[in-house]
Design a protein around this ligand. Structure first.
Ligand code: SAH
Ligand code: SF4
Ligand code: F3S
Length: 479
Protein backbone atom coordinates (compact mmCIF):
# COMPACT_ATOMS: atom_id res chain seq x y z
CA UNK A 1 0.00 0.00 0.00
CA UNK A 2 1.40 3.44 -0.81
CA UNK A 3 -0.06 6.89 -0.35
CA UNK A 4 0.94 10.36 -1.47
CA UNK A 5 2.50 11.67 1.69
CA UNK A 6 3.87 15.10 2.48
CA UNK A 7 5.19 15.19 6.05
CA UNK A 8 5.43 18.98 6.03
CA UNK A 9 1.62 19.11 5.92
CA UNK A 10 -0.80 18.34 8.77
CA UNK A 11 -1.54 14.62 9.31
CA UNK A 12 -4.57 13.14 7.48
CA UNK A 13 -7.57 12.44 9.71
CA UNK A 14 -8.41 9.05 8.17
CA UNK A 15 -6.88 5.63 8.77
CA UNK A 16 -4.77 4.03 7.52
CA UNK A 17 -3.47 7.14 5.62
CA UNK A 18 -2.79 8.85 8.94
CA UNK A 19 -0.47 6.06 10.04
CA UNK A 20 1.40 6.06 6.72
CA UNK A 21 2.01 9.78 7.32
CA UNK A 22 3.52 9.04 10.76
CA UNK A 23 5.57 6.16 9.37
CA UNK A 24 7.06 8.55 6.81
CA UNK A 25 7.79 11.04 9.58
CA UNK A 26 9.45 8.45 11.80
CA UNK A 27 11.41 7.21 8.80
CA UNK A 28 12.86 10.66 8.38
CA UNK A 29 14.05 10.52 12.02
CA UNK A 30 15.52 7.01 11.65
CA UNK A 31 17.39 7.94 8.46
CA UNK A 32 18.94 10.99 10.12
CA UNK A 33 20.00 9.01 13.19
CA UNK A 34 21.43 6.18 11.06
CA UNK A 35 23.57 8.72 9.17
CA UNK A 36 24.79 10.19 12.45
CA UNK A 37 25.88 6.84 13.85
CA UNK A 38 27.03 5.43 10.52
CA UNK A 39 25.03 2.19 10.71
CA UNK A 40 21.42 1.06 10.40
CA UNK A 41 19.17 1.34 13.46
CA UNK A 42 18.03 -2.10 14.66
CA UNK A 43 14.89 -3.45 16.32
CA UNK A 44 14.10 -6.49 18.46
CA UNK A 45 10.52 -7.56 19.16
CA UNK A 46 9.92 -10.10 21.92
CA UNK A 47 6.49 -11.71 21.96
CA UNK A 48 4.88 -13.27 25.01
CA UNK A 49 1.58 -15.19 25.02
CA UNK A 50 -0.67 -16.57 22.33
CA UNK A 51 -1.12 -16.59 18.56
CA UNK A 52 -2.99 -13.27 18.72
CA UNK A 53 0.07 -11.61 20.15
CA UNK A 54 2.31 -13.36 17.63
CA UNK A 55 0.17 -11.92 14.84
CA UNK A 56 0.14 -8.46 16.46
CA UNK A 57 3.95 -8.59 16.62
CA UNK A 58 4.08 -9.23 12.87
CA UNK A 59 2.12 -6.00 12.46
CA UNK A 60 4.52 -4.13 14.75
CA UNK A 61 7.51 -5.47 12.79
CA UNK A 62 5.81 -4.44 9.54
CA UNK A 63 5.60 -0.88 10.85
CA UNK A 64 9.17 -0.90 12.23
CA UNK A 65 10.58 -2.02 8.89
CA UNK A 66 8.51 0.52 7.00
CA UNK A 67 10.06 3.15 9.27
CA UNK A 68 13.54 1.97 8.34
CA UNK A 69 14.62 -0.08 11.33
CA UNK A 70 16.34 -3.36 10.43
CA UNK A 71 16.05 -6.60 12.35
CA UNK A 72 18.51 -6.93 15.24
CA UNK A 73 19.55 -10.15 16.90
CA UNK A 74 18.92 -9.45 20.58
CA UNK A 75 18.04 -6.96 23.28
CA UNK A 76 21.15 -4.88 22.52
CA UNK A 77 19.23 -3.43 19.56
CA UNK A 78 18.20 0.24 19.22
CA UNK A 79 14.46 -0.37 19.54
CA UNK A 80 13.11 -3.01 21.90
CA UNK A 81 9.44 -3.93 21.89
CA UNK A 82 7.94 -6.27 24.45
CA UNK A 83 4.51 -7.45 23.35
CA UNK A 84 3.22 -8.74 26.67
CA UNK A 85 0.77 -11.35 27.95
CA UNK A 86 -1.02 -11.37 31.28
CA UNK A 87 -3.08 -14.55 31.16
CA UNK A 88 -1.14 -15.97 34.12
CA UNK A 89 0.88 -14.23 36.82
CA UNK A 90 4.21 -15.71 35.68
CA UNK A 91 3.78 -14.06 32.26
CA UNK A 92 3.86 -10.67 34.03
CA UNK A 93 6.83 -11.53 36.21
CA UNK A 94 8.93 -12.42 33.17
CA UNK A 95 8.47 -8.93 31.73
CA UNK A 96 9.41 -7.12 34.94
CA UNK A 97 12.48 -9.35 35.25
CA UNK A 98 13.73 -8.45 31.78
CA UNK A 99 13.07 -4.73 32.17
CA UNK A 100 15.86 -4.63 34.76
CA UNK A 101 18.38 -5.74 32.12
CA UNK A 102 17.02 -3.31 29.55
CA UNK A 103 17.66 -0.36 31.85
CA UNK A 104 21.37 -1.24 31.92
CA UNK A 105 21.55 -1.64 28.14
CA UNK A 106 19.89 1.72 27.69
CA UNK A 107 22.48 3.44 29.86
CA UNK A 108 25.11 2.28 27.36
CA UNK A 109 23.05 3.17 24.27
CA UNK A 110 21.32 6.55 24.65
CA UNK A 111 19.60 6.13 21.26
CA UNK A 112 17.80 3.05 22.50
CA UNK A 113 14.01 3.13 22.71
CA UNK A 114 11.87 0.74 24.73
CA UNK A 115 8.21 0.11 23.96
CA UNK A 116 5.82 -2.01 26.01
CA UNK A 117 2.51 -3.10 24.56
CA UNK A 118 0.05 -5.96 24.61
CA UNK A 119 -2.35 -7.39 27.14
CA UNK A 120 -0.45 -6.57 30.33
CA UNK A 121 -0.58 -2.87 29.45
CA UNK A 122 -4.37 -2.94 29.57
CA UNK A 123 -4.15 -3.34 33.34
CA UNK A 124 -4.20 0.04 35.11
CA UNK A 125 -1.99 -1.18 38.02
CA UNK A 126 0.71 -2.24 35.57
CA UNK A 127 0.72 1.14 33.86
CA UNK A 128 0.89 2.93 37.23
CA UNK A 129 3.84 0.78 38.18
CA UNK A 130 5.66 1.59 34.93
CA UNK A 131 4.99 5.31 35.32
CA UNK A 132 6.44 5.25 38.82
CA UNK A 133 9.27 2.74 38.68
CA UNK A 134 10.21 2.30 35.03
CA UNK A 135 10.65 5.86 33.78
CA UNK A 136 13.22 4.70 31.23
CA UNK A 137 10.46 3.03 29.18
CA UNK A 138 9.71 5.34 26.21
CA UNK A 139 6.38 4.12 24.92
CA UNK A 140 3.45 2.24 26.42
CA UNK A 141 0.38 1.29 24.43
CA UNK A 142 -2.30 -1.39 24.61
CA UNK A 143 -4.06 -4.01 22.53
CA UNK A 144 -6.67 -1.71 20.98
CA UNK A 145 -4.36 0.84 19.38
CA UNK A 146 -1.40 -1.11 18.03
CA UNK A 147 -2.28 0.33 14.62
CA UNK A 148 -1.21 3.70 16.11
CA UNK A 149 2.34 2.53 16.83
CA UNK A 150 4.01 4.96 14.38
CA UNK A 151 1.96 7.91 15.63
CA UNK A 152 2.80 7.13 19.25
CA UNK A 153 6.48 6.81 18.34
CA UNK A 154 6.39 10.23 16.64
CA UNK A 155 4.85 11.72 19.78
CA UNK A 156 7.73 10.28 21.77
CA UNK A 157 10.35 11.54 19.30
CA UNK A 158 8.85 15.04 19.42
CA UNK A 159 8.31 15.26 23.17
CA UNK A 160 11.42 13.36 24.22
CA UNK A 161 9.46 11.96 27.14
CA UNK A 162 7.51 8.82 28.06
CA UNK A 163 4.29 8.46 26.04
CA UNK A 164 1.49 6.34 27.44
CA UNK A 165 -1.53 5.72 25.22
CA UNK A 166 -3.98 3.07 26.40
CA UNK A 167 -7.55 2.69 25.15
CA UNK A 168 -10.14 0.99 27.33
CA UNK A 169 -11.92 -0.60 24.37
CA UNK A 170 -12.63 0.04 20.72
CA UNK A 171 -14.90 -1.00 17.91
CA UNK A 172 -12.43 0.23 15.31
CA UNK A 173 -10.64 -2.25 13.02
CA UNK A 174 -7.95 -0.61 10.87
CA UNK A 175 -7.18 -2.53 7.67
CA UNK A 176 -4.23 -2.35 5.28
CA UNK A 177 -1.28 -1.61 7.51
CA UNK A 178 2.11 -3.18 6.81
CA UNK A 179 2.76 -6.70 8.14
CA UNK A 180 6.00 -8.69 8.13
CA UNK A 181 5.43 -12.43 8.47
CA UNK A 182 7.68 -14.59 10.58
CA UNK A 183 7.23 -17.55 8.23
CA UNK A 184 7.11 -17.26 4.44
CA UNK A 185 4.70 -20.17 3.93
CA UNK A 186 2.23 -19.75 6.79
CA UNK A 187 0.39 -16.96 8.50
CA UNK A 188 -2.16 -16.19 11.17
CA UNK A 189 -5.22 -14.25 10.04
CA UNK A 190 -7.39 -12.44 12.59
CA UNK A 191 -11.04 -13.07 11.96
CA UNK A 192 -12.24 -11.48 15.17
CA UNK A 193 -10.89 -9.55 18.13
CA UNK A 194 -11.83 -9.55 21.81
CA UNK A 195 -14.00 -11.91 23.82
CA UNK A 196 -17.43 -11.66 25.44
CA UNK A 197 -17.38 -14.93 27.34
CA UNK A 198 -16.04 -13.86 30.72
CA UNK A 199 -14.94 -17.27 31.90
CA UNK A 200 -14.58 -16.51 35.59
CA UNK A 201 -10.81 -17.19 35.79
CA UNK A 202 -9.85 -15.35 32.63
CA UNK A 203 -8.48 -11.85 32.14
CA UNK A 204 -8.63 -11.87 28.34
CA UNK A 205 -12.05 -10.15 28.01
CA UNK A 206 -10.75 -7.33 30.22
CA UNK A 207 -7.57 -6.77 28.23
CA UNK A 208 -8.80 -7.55 24.70
CA UNK A 209 -12.18 -5.84 24.93
CA UNK A 210 -15.54 -6.76 23.43
CA UNK A 211 -15.89 -9.22 20.63
CA UNK A 212 -15.87 -7.81 17.10
CA UNK A 213 -15.61 -9.66 13.80
CA UNK A 214 -13.85 -8.58 10.65
CA UNK A 215 -15.88 -8.40 7.46
CA UNK A 216 -15.63 -11.67 5.49
CA UNK A 217 -14.57 -9.76 2.36
CA UNK A 218 -11.62 -8.21 4.22
CA UNK A 219 -10.58 -11.64 5.51
CA UNK A 220 -10.82 -13.24 2.07
CA UNK A 221 -8.93 -10.35 0.47
CA UNK A 222 -6.14 -10.66 3.05
CA UNK A 223 -5.84 -14.42 2.50
CA UNK A 224 -5.81 -14.01 -1.29
CA UNK A 225 -2.98 -11.50 -0.94
CA UNK A 226 -1.10 -13.87 1.37
CA UNK A 227 -1.49 -16.74 -1.08
CA UNK A 228 -0.22 -14.54 -3.91
CA UNK A 229 2.78 -13.86 -1.67
CA UNK A 230 3.61 -17.56 -1.20
CA UNK A 231 1.53 -18.53 1.83
CA UNK A 232 -0.02 -21.99 1.64
CA UNK A 233 -1.28 -22.39 5.22
CA UNK A 234 -3.33 -19.98 7.27
CA UNK A 235 -4.61 -20.07 10.83
CA UNK A 236 -7.85 -18.22 11.43
CA UNK A 237 -7.55 -16.54 14.81
CA UNK A 238 -10.17 -15.63 17.37
CA UNK A 239 -10.73 -16.25 21.10
CA UNK A 240 -13.93 -18.07 20.22
CA UNK A 241 -14.23 -18.63 16.47
CA UNK A 242 -17.60 -20.34 16.89
CA UNK A 243 -19.22 -16.98 17.55
CA UNK A 244 -17.63 -15.38 14.48
CA UNK A 245 -19.86 -13.09 12.45
CA UNK A 246 -22.73 -12.73 14.88
CA UNK A 247 -22.22 -8.98 15.31
CA UNK A 248 -21.76 -8.13 11.62
CA UNK A 249 -24.39 -6.09 9.74
CA UNK A 250 -24.85 -9.12 7.50
CA UNK A 251 -24.28 -11.96 9.99
CA UNK A 252 -22.50 -15.07 8.76
CA UNK A 253 -21.43 -18.18 10.68
CA UNK A 254 -17.93 -19.52 11.16
CA UNK A 255 -18.89 -22.61 9.17
CA UNK A 256 -19.91 -20.39 6.25
CA UNK A 257 -16.65 -18.47 6.48
CA UNK A 258 -14.67 -21.74 6.43
CA UNK A 259 -16.47 -22.80 3.27
CA UNK A 260 -15.65 -19.47 1.62
CA UNK A 261 -11.99 -19.60 2.64
CA UNK A 262 -11.80 -23.19 1.41
CA UNK A 263 -12.58 -21.93 -2.12
CA UNK A 264 -9.46 -19.75 -2.29
CA UNK A 265 -7.28 -21.08 -5.04
CA UNK A 266 -3.67 -21.85 -4.22
CA UNK A 267 -4.35 -22.11 -0.48
CA UNK A 268 -3.45 -25.57 0.82
CA UNK A 269 -4.30 -25.66 4.49
CA UNK A 270 -6.67 -23.96 6.88
CA UNK A 271 -6.32 -24.12 10.64
CA UNK A 272 -8.28 -22.23 13.28
CA UNK A 273 -8.06 -21.38 16.99
CA UNK A 274 -10.00 -21.56 19.27
CA UNK A 275 -13.35 -23.30 19.35
CA UNK A 276 -15.44 -22.97 22.47
CA UNK A 277 -17.24 -26.19 23.46
CA UNK A 278 -20.35 -24.22 24.45
CA UNK A 279 -21.38 -23.90 20.83
CA UNK A 280 -19.84 -26.43 18.51
CA UNK A 281 -22.52 -26.74 15.84
CA UNK A 282 -23.14 -29.75 13.58
CA UNK A 283 -22.87 -27.27 10.76
CA UNK A 284 -19.26 -26.55 11.76
CA UNK A 285 -18.44 -30.23 12.13
CA UNK A 286 -19.76 -30.83 8.61
CA UNK A 287 -17.79 -27.87 7.25
CA UNK A 288 -14.57 -29.28 8.73
CA UNK A 289 -15.39 -32.66 7.27
CA UNK A 290 -16.31 -31.42 3.82
CA UNK A 291 -13.71 -28.70 3.27
CA UNK A 292 -10.66 -30.44 1.85
CA UNK A 293 -8.25 -27.71 2.97
CA UNK A 294 -9.37 -27.61 6.59
CA UNK A 295 -7.00 -29.58 8.84
CA UNK A 296 -8.66 -32.46 10.61
CA UNK A 297 -7.71 -31.05 13.97
CA UNK A 298 -9.82 -29.51 16.67
CA UNK A 299 -8.45 -27.62 19.66
CA UNK A 300 -11.32 -27.87 22.10
CA UNK A 301 -10.38 -26.44 25.51
CA UNK A 302 -11.87 -28.53 28.30
CA UNK A 303 -10.58 -26.47 31.28
CA UNK A 304 -12.19 -28.90 33.73
CA UNK A 305 -14.01 -32.23 33.53
CA UNK A 306 -16.19 -31.45 36.54
CA UNK A 307 -19.62 -30.08 35.63
CA UNK A 308 -19.74 -28.27 38.97
CA UNK A 309 -16.40 -26.52 38.35
CA UNK A 310 -17.37 -25.76 34.73
CA UNK A 311 -20.43 -23.96 36.08
CA UNK A 312 -18.27 -21.93 38.45
CA UNK A 313 -15.97 -21.19 35.53
CA UNK A 314 -18.96 -19.82 33.56
CA UNK A 315 -18.16 -22.12 30.63
CA UNK A 316 -21.79 -22.88 29.62
CA UNK A 317 -21.26 -26.63 29.04
CA UNK A 318 -20.97 -29.65 31.29
CA UNK A 319 -18.99 -32.88 31.18
CA UNK A 320 -21.73 -34.72 29.25
CA UNK A 321 -22.10 -32.02 26.61
CA UNK A 322 -18.34 -31.94 26.10
CA UNK A 323 -18.07 -35.70 25.74
CA UNK A 324 -21.03 -35.68 23.37
CA UNK A 325 -19.28 -33.11 21.17
CA UNK A 326 -16.17 -35.27 21.01
CA UNK A 327 -18.40 -38.19 20.05
CA UNK A 328 -20.16 -36.17 17.33
CA UNK A 329 -16.82 -35.00 15.98
CA UNK A 330 -15.41 -38.51 15.83
CA UNK A 331 -18.58 -39.95 14.31
CA UNK A 332 -18.19 -37.61 11.35
CA UNK A 333 -14.39 -37.40 11.21
CA UNK A 334 -12.99 -40.57 12.80
CA UNK A 335 -9.33 -39.59 12.46
CA UNK A 336 -9.66 -36.05 13.75
CA UNK A 337 -6.89 -34.98 16.13
CA UNK A 338 -8.24 -33.42 19.31
CA UNK A 339 -6.17 -31.20 21.60
CA UNK A 340 -7.13 -29.20 24.67
CA UNK A 341 -6.32 -26.79 27.51
CA UNK A 342 -6.86 -27.78 31.13
CA UNK A 343 -6.65 -25.71 34.32
CA UNK A 344 -5.79 -27.41 37.61
CA UNK A 345 -6.60 -25.89 41.00
CA UNK A 346 -9.53 -23.61 40.19
CA UNK A 347 -10.90 -22.25 43.51
CA UNK A 348 -12.90 -24.91 45.33
CA UNK A 349 -11.69 -27.78 43.10
CA UNK A 350 -11.99 -30.98 45.14
CA UNK A 351 -10.25 -34.30 44.59
CA UNK A 352 -13.52 -35.57 43.12
CA UNK A 353 -13.67 -32.65 40.70
CA UNK A 354 -10.11 -33.35 39.70
CA UNK A 355 -10.87 -37.03 39.12
CA UNK A 356 -13.67 -35.94 36.75
CA UNK A 357 -11.02 -34.09 34.73
CA UNK A 358 -8.81 -37.19 34.71
CA UNK A 359 -11.81 -39.20 33.58
CA UNK A 360 -12.44 -36.96 30.57
CA UNK A 361 -8.73 -37.08 29.70
CA UNK A 362 -8.84 -40.89 29.75
CA UNK A 363 -12.06 -41.05 27.75
CA UNK A 364 -11.13 -38.53 25.07
CA UNK A 365 -7.46 -39.50 24.76
CA UNK A 366 -6.14 -36.17 23.53
CA UNK A 367 -3.40 -36.01 20.93
CA UNK A 368 -1.89 -33.36 23.16
CA UNK A 369 -2.99 -31.10 25.98
CA UNK A 370 -1.73 -27.86 27.50
CA UNK A 371 -2.01 -28.06 31.25
CA UNK A 372 -1.99 -24.95 33.44
CA UNK A 373 -1.94 -24.28 37.15
CA UNK A 374 -4.75 -21.88 38.02
CA UNK A 375 -3.43 -18.36 38.38
CA UNK A 376 -5.42 -15.74 40.25
CA UNK A 377 -6.03 -12.69 38.02
CA UNK A 378 -7.08 -9.44 39.68
CA UNK A 379 -10.41 -8.19 38.42
CA UNK A 380 -11.81 -11.59 37.47
CA UNK A 381 -14.69 -13.18 39.39
CA UNK A 382 -12.65 -16.22 40.44
CA UNK A 383 -10.14 -13.93 42.16
CA UNK A 384 -12.82 -13.04 44.70
CA UNK A 385 -13.60 -16.69 45.50
CA UNK A 386 -12.35 -17.62 48.91
CA UNK A 387 -11.65 -21.33 48.68
CA UNK A 388 -8.31 -21.21 46.83
CA UNK A 389 -6.72 -24.67 46.67
CA UNK A 390 -3.44 -25.04 48.65
CA UNK A 391 -0.29 -25.00 46.50
CA UNK A 392 0.90 -28.49 47.44
CA UNK A 393 -2.47 -30.03 46.54
CA UNK A 394 -2.48 -28.24 43.19
CA UNK A 395 1.09 -29.32 42.48
CA UNK A 396 0.24 -32.95 43.21
CA UNK A 397 -2.82 -32.88 40.94
CA UNK A 398 -0.90 -31.08 38.22
CA UNK A 399 1.84 -33.73 38.24
CA UNK A 400 -0.69 -36.55 38.06
CA UNK A 401 -2.53 -34.89 35.20
CA UNK A 402 0.64 -34.14 33.27
CA UNK A 403 1.77 -37.74 33.57
CA UNK A 404 -1.56 -39.04 32.28
CA UNK A 405 -1.67 -36.54 29.43
CA UNK A 406 1.88 -37.36 28.39
CA UNK A 407 1.37 -41.11 28.55
CA UNK A 408 -1.72 -40.88 26.37
CA UNK A 409 -0.19 -38.49 23.86
CA UNK A 410 2.88 -40.67 23.39
CA UNK A 411 0.64 -43.73 22.96
CA UNK A 412 -1.41 -41.79 20.42
CA UNK A 413 1.73 -40.65 18.62
CA UNK A 414 2.88 -44.26 18.43
CA UNK A 415 -0.51 -45.26 16.97
CA UNK A 416 0.20 -43.21 13.87
CA UNK A 417 3.23 -45.39 13.09
CA UNK A 418 2.75 -47.19 9.79
CA UNK A 419 -0.15 -44.90 8.78
CA UNK A 420 -0.15 -42.78 5.63
CA UNK A 421 -1.09 -39.17 6.42
CA UNK A 422 -1.09 -35.84 4.56
CA UNK A 423 2.04 -33.82 5.37
CA UNK A 424 2.79 -30.28 4.23
CA UNK A 425 6.49 -29.91 3.31
CA UNK A 426 7.53 -26.74 5.13
CA UNK A 427 11.31 -26.40 4.95
CA UNK A 428 14.54 -28.25 4.25
CA UNK A 429 15.59 -30.42 7.18
CA UNK A 430 18.50 -28.70 8.91
CA UNK A 431 19.68 -31.96 10.56
CA UNK A 432 19.65 -34.34 7.64
CA UNK A 433 20.74 -33.69 4.05
CA UNK A 434 18.23 -34.61 1.35
CA UNK A 435 15.30 -34.47 3.80
CA UNK A 436 12.44 -32.04 4.19
CA UNK A 437 10.54 -31.23 7.37
CA UNK A 438 6.78 -31.04 7.29
CA UNK A 439 3.73 -31.07 9.49
CA UNK A 440 0.71 -33.29 9.85
CA UNK A 441 -2.82 -31.94 10.39
CA UNK A 442 -2.29 -32.17 14.14
CA UNK A 443 0.90 -30.11 13.87
CA UNK A 444 3.26 -33.06 14.51
CA UNK A 445 6.58 -32.86 12.71
CA UNK A 446 7.61 -35.38 10.04
CA UNK A 447 11.00 -35.64 8.36
CA UNK A 448 11.08 -37.37 4.97
CA UNK A 449 13.35 -37.55 1.92
CA UNK A 450 12.73 -34.60 -0.36
CA UNK A 451 13.95 -31.60 -2.27
CA UNK A 452 13.58 -27.81 -2.14
CA UNK A 453 10.94 -27.73 -4.91
CA UNK A 454 8.56 -29.77 -2.74
CA UNK A 455 8.17 -27.02 -0.18
CA UNK A 456 4.63 -25.71 0.09
CA UNK A 457 3.06 -28.92 -1.26
CA UNK A 458 1.14 -31.62 0.57
CA UNK A 459 2.24 -35.26 0.23
CA UNK A 460 0.85 -38.53 1.52
CA UNK A 461 3.63 -39.69 3.78
CA UNK A 462 3.99 -43.07 5.43
CA UNK A 463 5.07 -42.63 9.03
CA UNK A 464 7.76 -45.28 9.36
CA UNK A 465 8.94 -44.48 12.83
CA UNK A 466 7.74 -42.38 15.74
CA UNK A 467 10.62 -40.85 17.69
CA UNK A 468 8.84 -39.23 20.59
CA UNK A 469 7.80 -35.81 19.33
CA UNK A 470 8.44 -36.37 15.64
CA UNK A 471 8.28 -38.99 12.89
CA UNK A 472 10.57 -40.26 10.15
CA UNK A 473 8.61 -41.07 7.00
CA UNK A 474 8.61 -41.50 3.25
CA UNK A 475 6.33 -40.29 0.48
CA UNK A 476 3.74 -42.73 -0.75
CA UNK A 477 2.15 -40.52 -3.42
CA UNK A 478 1.23 -36.90 -4.14
CA UNK A 479 -1.89 -35.89 -2.21
N1 SAH B 1 -10.02 -18.25 24.15
C1 SAH B 1 -9.34 -19.42 24.41
C2 SAH B 1 -8.25 -19.36 25.45
C3 SAH B 1 -7.35 -18.21 25.61
S1 SAH B 1 -6.29 -18.30 27.00
C4 SAH B 1 -10.34 -20.42 24.93
O1 SAH B 1 -11.34 -20.09 25.49
O2 SAH B 1 -10.04 -21.57 24.81
C5 SAH B 1 -5.49 -19.86 26.78
C6 SAH B 1 -5.64 -20.79 27.94
O3 SAH B 1 -5.06 -20.24 29.10
C7 SAH B 1 -7.06 -21.10 28.35
O4 SAH B 1 -7.66 -22.05 27.56
C8 SAH B 1 -6.91 -21.54 29.77
O5 SAH B 1 -6.71 -22.94 29.85
C9 SAH B 1 -5.65 -20.85 30.23
N2 SAH B 1 -5.95 -19.82 31.24
C10 SAH B 1 -6.71 -18.71 31.07
N3 SAH B 1 -6.78 -18.04 32.25
C11 SAH B 1 -6.07 -18.75 33.15
C12 SAH B 1 -5.79 -18.57 34.54
N4 SAH B 1 -6.27 -17.54 35.23
N5 SAH B 1 -5.01 -19.50 35.15
C13 SAH B 1 -4.52 -20.55 34.47
N6 SAH B 1 -4.76 -20.77 33.18
C14 SAH B 1 -5.53 -19.87 32.51
FE1 SF4 C 1 -10.83 -16.39 28.28
FE2 SF4 C 1 -13.03 -17.80 28.18
FE3 SF4 C 1 -12.68 -15.80 26.46
FE4 SF4 C 1 -11.24 -18.01 26.24
S1 SF4 C 1 -13.46 -17.86 25.99
S2 SF4 C 1 -10.49 -15.91 26.15
S3 SF4 C 1 -10.95 -18.62 28.34
S4 SF4 C 1 -12.92 -15.63 28.68
FE1 F3S D 1 -1.93 -13.60 26.76
FE2 F3S D 1 -3.32 -11.71 25.72
FE3 F3S D 1 -3.08 -13.97 24.45
S1 F3S D 1 -3.30 -12.24 27.84
S2 F3S D 1 -2.84 -15.45 26.07
S3 F3S D 1 -1.45 -12.58 24.91
S4 F3S D 1 -4.86 -12.67 24.48
Amino acid sequence: MSYDIDITKTPPAHEPERQYYYMAKAKDFVEKKSKEIGRPMTYFVKTFGCQMNARDSEKLVGILEQIGYVEGTDEHSDFIVYNTCTVRENANNKVYGRLGYLQNYKKKNPLMKIALCGCMMQEPEVVENIKKHYKFVDIVFGTHNIFKFAEILCNNIESGSQVIDIWKDTNQIVEDLPVKRKFSFKSGVNIMFGCNNFCSYCIVPYVRGRERSREPKDIIREIEKLVADGVCEIMLLGQNVNSYGKTLDNPITFAELLREVNKIEGLKRIRFMTSHPKDLSDDLIMAIKECDKVCKHMHLPLQSGSSRVLKEMNRHYDKEKYLDEVKRLREQIPDIAITTDIIVGFPGETEEDFLETMDVVKQVRYDSAFTFIYSKRTGTRAATMENQVPDDVVKDRFDRLLKEVQTISSEKAKCYEGKVVPVLAEEMDDQKDGYVTGRMDNNSIVHFPGTEDMIGNIYNVKLDECRGFYYMGEIKEDA
